[in-house]
Design a binder for this molecule. Structure first.
Ligand code: FES
Length: 486
C-alpha cells in the first residue's frame, strides 16, 4: 500500500523550502502523484536525511524563524479537542495496521498447516517444492528489507508532524500550508503569507467564511457571529475560529490589493528603535480584535498628535498584530520629531489604510531582484519577508543602494543571507554616479528576461534603473516600482 505525503509536509520533513522541492520536481528528479510524494520515492531521493535528528531540525527552523521575524518554533500543542481527534485517528490507523498484521499471521499459520497436510502424502518432488516455499516464506518474514529502518524512521517523523500539524490546500488557488500548534486556519494562512479575506479575526464579522470541501475541522475559538443553517449545511466555516483535525481542502478566495478595504485602526506603540540620527523604526501593535489587513509593500497613513504622514509598511502581513514603519528624521516633520524625541511605549497612533498596489505577484515562481534606494528599503523589506513566507521564488537578490541614512538594517539582511541558500544580499555604498552603478548591476544578469524586479526609491532613481534593466533584457511587464516622495 502506498504512503502519500503532501508537498508542504515533505518540505518540512527534509528541511527544504517548497520552491527548492518544486525545482527538484520540475527537473524530473522527484516524481509526484496528484501533487503528492510517495514515501518510497522520498527515501530514494533523500537517502541522506537523518529522520530521527529532531534537535538539528529544530535548530535550523529556529534560525529561519528568527531571520524572517516569524513566531519562534515552539512546542505549542494543538487545541486539546484537535489533539484528541488526531490521536484518535492515529490509534485507529494503528489498530487497523495491527489487525491486518494479526490477519496475515493467521493466514501464515493456516498456510503452514496446509503445507504439512499436503506434505503427508506428497511425492519427493512435491515435498521438496513445499519445503522450498516454506523456507522462502520463513526467511523473508524473518529478514527486514534493507531500507525498512529508514522507512520506519521517516514514517515515525511524519506521524509526529501529523499530530502536531495539519496540511491545508486552498481551492481554487492551489495554495498549500501547514497549520501548526494551536493556530486557527486564518492564523496559519497569514503566517504563511497568504492573504485570505477576513475582518475582525475574532469571530464577530463573518468575513472569513470559507467552504470546507474535504477533511475535518474543529471549533477552537468561540465566535459571536451567528452562522445560518444554510451556511452550515453548505459546509461553511469561520477560518478565524476553526482548526483542521486532519488534512483539509478549503474553498476560499485570495485577496488582491484592490479587494482589501481601507481600515481605521488605533494601534499602540510597542517600541521606537533608533537606527541612527537619520532613521528610526516605529513598532506598533494593533488591537487583538482588529488586525490590519494589508499586503507586503503597501503603505499606510499615520497620525500622532499633530504629526501626519503616509509611510510604506516595513513589516510582513505574516507578523500577526505587529506593524513596523520606518521614519526618516526630516527637518520640519512633526511626526518624525515625535518619533525621535517624545513617543513612548503605550502611546496611541491612528492608522488609516492600506494603500497602494506595490505588491508581490504571488503566482510568479520566477527569480526576483529587489532594488532598494535609501529609505526605499522599507517597502522592499516587507516584500522580501512576504516572498520568504510564500517560499515560491526560485532565488532572491536584494540590492540596497545607500543614501545618507546608510544600510541601517545591514545585520538583518546578512542574517537573511545566512539563513537561506537562495538569498543574496548586495549592499552598495552611496554614489555620485548612480547611472554607472545601475548599468553594472543590470549587466550582471545576462538572463534578465527570466526575472521579476521590484524597486523602491525616488522617481529619478527608478527611471534610471528601469532604463538599464530594460536595455539588458528585462520584460517591461516584470518591472514593479514604487516611487517615494521627496
Ligand atoms: S474575521 Fe471576523 S469572523 Fe472571522
Amino acid at each position: 500500500m502506498s504512503h502519500l505525503l503532501p508537498l508542504s509536509r515533505v518540505a518540512k520533513l527534509v528541511g527544504q523550502p517548497r520552491h527548492a522541492l518544486q525545482e527538484i520536481i520540475r527537473s524530473g528528479v522527484l516524481a509526484t502523484f496528484d501533487g503528492m510524494v510517495e514515501l518510497d520515492e522520498l527515501l530514494r531521493v533523500f537517502p541522506e536525511v537523518k529522520w530521527d535528528d529532531d534537535a538539528e531540525f529544530r535548530r535550523v527552523q529556529e534560525i529561519k524563524d528568527k531571520a524572517f521575524a516569524k513566531r519562534m518554533y515552539e512546542s505549542v500543542l494543538p487545541d486539546k479537542q484537535v489533539l484528541a481527534a488526531r490521536l484518535t485517528e492515529l490509534s485507529d490507523e494503528y489498530a487497523a495496521a495491527r489487525t491486518l498484521l494479526l490477519h496475515y499471521g493467521n493466514v501464515m499459520a493456516w498456510l503452514d498447516e496446509k503445507i504439512d497436510e499436503f506434505d503427508e502424502d506428497a511425492s519427493a518432488e512435491t515435498h521438496h517444492a513445499l519445503h522450498s516455499v516454506r523456507a522462502f516464506l520463513l526467511r523473508n518474514l524473518a529478514e527486514m528489507p534493507p531500507d525498512a529502518l529508514l522507512a520506519q524512521a521517516a514514517i515515525a517523523q511524519e506521524r509526529i508532524l501529523k499530530v502536531m500539524s495539519a496540511h491545508v490546500t486552498l481551492q481554487p488557488s492551489g495554495h498549500e500550508f501547514l497549520v501548526e500548534g494551536n493556530d486557527t486556519l486564518l492564523d496559519a494562512a497569514l503566517r504563511n503569507g497568504i492573504s485570505l479575506n477576513y475582518g475582525c479575526s475574532n469571530g464577530n464579522c463573518g468575513e472569513c467564511k470559507a467552504r470546507l470541501i474535504s477533511g475535518e475541522v474543529k471549533k477552537v475559538r468561540a465566535h459571536d457571529y451567528v452562522q445560518k443553517q444554510a451556511d452550515k449545511d453548505a459546509g461553511m466555516i469561520l477560518m478565524c475560529s476553526y482548526a483542521p483535525v486532519n488534512d483539509v481542502v478549503i474553498e476560499a478566495s485570495i485577496e488582491g490589493a484592490h479587494d482589501i478595504p481601507v481600515q481605521q485602526i488605533s494601534a499602540k506603540v510597542k517600541s521606537v528603535e533608533i537606527f541612527n540620527p537619520q532613521m528610526a523604526a516605529l513598532h506598533l501593535l494593533t488591537p487583538r480584535s482588529q488586525r490590519l489587513q494589508y499586503l507586503g509593500g503597501q503603505s499606510i497613513e499615520v497620525s500622532i498628535g499633530g504629526g501626519h504622514g503616509r509611510y510604506a509598511i516595513a513589516s510582513c502581513p505574516c507578523e500577526d498584530r505587529n506593524i513596523e514603519l520606518q521614519i526618516p528624521h526630516r527637518h520640519g516633520d512633526a511626526l518624525a520629531e515625535a518619533v525621535f524625541t517624545a513617543l513612548k511605549a503605550g502611546d496611541t497612533v491612528a492608522l488609516v489604510g492600506p494603500f497602494g498596489e506595490f505588491v508581490l505577484d504571488e503566482d510568479s515562481p520566477r527569480p526576483v531582484i529587489f532594488l532598494a534606494f535609501g529609505v526605499g528599503f522599507a517597502p522592499i523589506k516587507s516584500l522580501v519577508q512576504h516572498a520568504m513566507s510564500l517560499e515560491l521564488a526560485e532565488s532572491i537578490d536584494l540590492h540596497w543602494v545607500a543614501d545618507e541614512t546608510g544600510h541601517y538594517q545591514d545585520n538583518l539582511c546578512r542574517t537573511w543571507a545566512d539563513a537561506l541558500d537562495n538569498f543574496n544580499y548586495l549592499p552598495h555604498a552611496a554614489t555620485g554616479d548612480l547611472d554607472a552603478l545601475l548599468k553594472n548591476i543590470a549587466a550582471d544578469y545576462p538572463d534578465l528576461h527570466r526575472f521579476d524586479v521590484y524597486a523602491a526609491g525616488s522617481a529619478a532613481q527608478l527611471e534610471c534603473a528601469r532604463r538599464h534593466f530594460l536595455s539588458e533584457g528585462l520584460d517591461d511587464a516584470r518591472w514593479f516600482a514604487e516611487a517615494l516622495g521627496a
